[in-house]
Design a protein around this ligand. Structure first.
Ligand SMILES: CC(C)(COP(=O)(O)OP(=O)(O)OC[C@H]1O[C@@H](n2cnc3c(N)ncnc32)[C@H](O)[C@@H]1OP(=O)(O)O)[C@@H](O)C(=O)NCCC(=O)NCCS
Length: 207
């Protein structure tokens, strides 16, 4: 098995390393803008320049960059690794419950207590954070982040590059277009067909 290299060493990295260590896996090295001493790994490999030259070789890569303000850095890392033909890992915490009838894309991180129901489909490079719930039949695009405790009810469709904030609730059978940010604690009760930031109960577009 290839040695694991993590890309990004902030808060999401710590949560991912915690889930990895429970699976009995350790991190060989990490990449970030600067060295970030941490309890999981002391081997700083370099920054974006190192990443640009990353190869399949002896390493497999886990994208541990978070995604709150923007999906762009995480997407860029995914595309670089893909272009370089690298093995991109998917992490599924053993404390999550993912239905065997669900499909989870490449490069996703599914953390503790997340629940992914049957007949759901999650695209590539998504974060399904601690305690997020995705109910049956829901489809989620690429490069999305469902933050801690977000609840997406059944048969919802979410486009690419979306962020659903902590504790937000989406009513069943909704459509959320690509490029939507939903604020923490918001309640979405109708389709969101315009990209941008939406928040509140019921969620409205922030001006
Ligand atoms: C929605 C969000 C992205 C907006 O951030 P922002 O663009 O910096 O917006 P601001 O904080 O300047 O707030 C703008 C307005 O929206 C309101 N607002 C912001 N977030 C809100 C929320 N979650 N619910 C309701 N209203 C919200 C503010 O009260 C403010 O209203 P005002 O103009 O009447 O004063 C941010 O507040 C948020 O919820 N982030 C998610 C945090 C999170 O879930 N982190 C997960 C970590 S895993």
């Amino acid at each position: 098995m290839r040695k694991i290299v993590c890309i990004g060493a902030g808060g999401h990295y710590l949560s991912c390393c915690d889930a990895l260590s429970e699976l009995g896996k350790s991190v060989h090295g990490y990449v970030d803008l600067v060295t970030k001493p941490n309890p999981f790994c002391n081997n700083y490999l370099g920054n974006d320049e190192w990443l640009a030259t990353a190869e399949a070789g002896e390493f497999a890569y886990l994208i541990t960059l978070g995604q709150i303000k923007s999906y762009v850095p995480r997407k860029r890392v995914y595309q670089t690794l893909e272009k370089n033909g690298c093995e991109i890992l998917t992490l599924i915490s053993q404390r999550s419950r993912t239905s065997p009838l669900s499909k989870i894309g490449c490069g996703c991180t599914v953390l503790n207590q997340a629940v992914i129901g049957p007949m759901t489909k999650i695209g590539n490079n998504c974060i399904i954070n601690n305690s997020a719930i995705i109910e049956h039949g829901t489809k989620i695009g690429n490069h999305c982040h469902l933050a801690t405790g977000a609840i997406v009810n059944g048969d919802v469709e979410i486009g690419d590059e979306c962020f659903v904030g902590s504790g937000a609730v989406l009513r069943e059978s909704l459509k959320i277009t690509s490029g939507v940010v939903i604020g923490a604690g918001s309640v979405v009760i109708s389709d969101i067909l315009e990209s941008g930031t939406w928040a509140g109960n019921p969620a409205r577009k922030l001006s």
